[in-house]
Design a protein. Sequence first.
Length: 241
Amino acid sequence: MLNVYIADDEVWITLGLKKLLEKLDINAWVVGTANNGLTAKEEIAQFKPDVVFADIRMPGLSGLELLQEIPDVSPDSKVVIISGYAEFSYAQEAIQHHAFDYLLKPIKEEELERVMSAIIRDRGEAEIDDEEKAPVSDRMIDNVISEIREHYMEDISLTLLSTKYNISMGHLSKMIKEKLQVNFSDYIASLRIQRAKELLRDDSLSIQEISEIVGYNDYFYFTKVFKKIEGISPSKYRKSI
């Protein structure tokens, strides 16, 4: 059975997607739904669904922000971004952050069937690959962590690292947490915010520029992460020093 989670702030989209899944000749079960990204992240961490459908625009966390968080809380989940916005830039960004696929609203039954069939096929291949892989050495995980420290301000992700080192995201996520006692996304965030604090001492740089330098293209998301870690906003931190 495939466990499915739906995150969309439009109730009719959620209901419509559930009905379409029921019509398909697959063994799928909707384990939860949410109308905002923050609730979705918490419940995805709890349910560990096989498939997540996430609206590209939601309150709390957008679908793209949620897409970046999911590999850390549920690394084996396949994320399908859904949107009513047909601009190719959205599709490009979703693909860059390793969405499994991208569907436009209104979702067509044949398109949903195509995506679900691909997920089922990919899931089977991944299970075979994991059985065949040898245990990962301490040296390899040290190399992974060194790479994270070197490239943390760039577009680095568990997906990219797992592909490069030929290891499943789930296994890699567990090994990183065991080694660092903190999960991947929190480690990246801590490195970026530490660097941002250093850059905030330079008055010639705007907070927007600092946000982009340390790896956050979204200024408001950067502010949210900074405040979560430091307890105050970047602007207040700058004033305090």
